[in-house]
Design a protein around this ligand. Structure first.
Ligand code: TYM
Length: 334
């Protein structure tokens, strides 16, 4: 609890071009929850270097992502928006937690397996211990809730296990966090292959809608989305491409999938697809305009970065000091 409010933590990587999946699965929910909770939203640039990055490009993307958080509606005076690399407590707690995490647990992480297959020439130790840094992110702020898409559930489960293990040994040090998964949009699939999630690293750019895509591109991608030959609008697993389009439309318009099906009853895919395109454009266009406006406010953004990193350090160092004491590190002489 901070000032009588429960705590929320979440983060996003500044790697690749963010997709509609990142927005509907995470960022959109962050904004909805931001009033109710004391929120910490990090640009997790330390996670990004587990894959080789171009330094100038990473810096540019990290700043754009921070601006995107604000453009989506997160007020930086109420929400702590900061770069993970500016707050040294994350790396310090991650080290300690690594000593409470088993190799076997990390070996089971499907994202590690996927990423090592994709980057076979660079299976570094950071990629392997990536979920422990994520656990440190969350546990440092004593977060009660962590809004994420379904693909992060396994990492969150590991975080809970690490927290419980530590608490069993040393008393109630960490809050054990719960995942928050949105009702619709928690797993947006590729428009070209609905068996795969929409991803920043997809080789086929038509499979993903990127947050910075212009309206014509968004419309073209929606119209070309892979569906099926059944020709009937229904929300079911046997029609995964269609189900995904219904999810996207519902998440963008605030309707339930059932309401969307009712709206398009008796109509064809030829009517649904452009309507999905319009719904996405109506969400992304204002977001893009706000990103463009904020990007010009250089001094203001810099002041947000500085103030929020200080706040994040202040809050997180309380947990870190407690943990250091518990594991037996000598007290600091002041
Ligand atoms: P990242 O950067 O891959 O994704 C950011 C958020 O977007 C969600 N997401 C999706 N949701 C629905 N459909 C999709 N196709 C889709 N693709 C991505 C993700 O679930 C995530 O919520 N390890 C994390 C970042 C992280 C973090 C944390 C998250 C680091 N520390 C602490 C929460 C708490 C990651 O790489 O997310």
């Amino acid at each position: 609890m901070i000032d009588g409010k429960k705590v929320l933590f979440s983060g996003m990587q500044a790697t690749g071009n963010l997709t509609l999946g990142n927005y509907l699965g995470a960022l959109k929910n962050w904004v909805t929850l931001s009033e109710e909770y004391e929120c910490f939203y990090s640009v997790v640039d330390m996670h990004s270097i587990t894959i080789r990055q171009d330094p100038a490009e990473l810096r540019r993307r990290a700043r754009n992502l921070l601006i995107l958080y604000m453009a989506a509606g997160l007020d930086p005076t109420k929400n702590c928006i900061y770069y993970q690399s500016h707050v040294s407590t994350h790396a310090e707690l991650a080290w300690i937690l690594k000593c409470f995490t088993y190799m076997g647990e990390l070996n089971r992480m499907t994202q590690f397996k996927d990423k090592s297959a994709k980057h076979a020439d660079n299976i570094n130790a950071g990629l392997f211990t990536y979920p422990v840094l994520m656990a440190a992110d969350i546990l440092l702020y004593q977060a009660d809730v962590v809004p994420v898409g379904i693909d992060q559930m396994q990492h969150l489960e590991l975080t809970r296990n690490i927290a419980e293990r530590f608490n069993n040994l040393y008393g109630d040090v960490f809050t054990v966090p719960e995942a928050y998964i949105g009702k619709v949009g928690a797993k947006i699939m590729s428009l070209q292959d609905p068996s795969k999630k929409m991803s920043k690293s997809d080789e086929n750019p038509n499979g993903s809608i990127y947050l910075m895509d212009d309206p014509d591109t968004i419309m073209r991608k929606c119209k070309r989305a892979v569906t099926d030959s059944e020709g009937v609008i229904a929300y079911r697993d046997e029609q995964p491409g269609l189900k995904n389009l219904i999810d996207i439309y519902s998440a963008c318009t605030g309707k339930t999938p059932q309401e969307t099906v009712a709206e398009f009853e008796g109509k064809g895919y030829g009517e649904l697809k452009p309507a999905v395109g319009e719904a996405v454009i109506s969400i992304l266009k204002p977001l893009q305009d706000e990103v463009a406006r904020l990007t010009k406010e250089k001094a203001y953004i810099d002041s947000v970065i500085k103030a929020n990193a200080e706040k994040a350090y202040y809050v997180s160092s309380k947990t870190l000091r407690k943990v250091q004491k518990k594991v037996g590190f000598p007290e600091r002489i002041r």
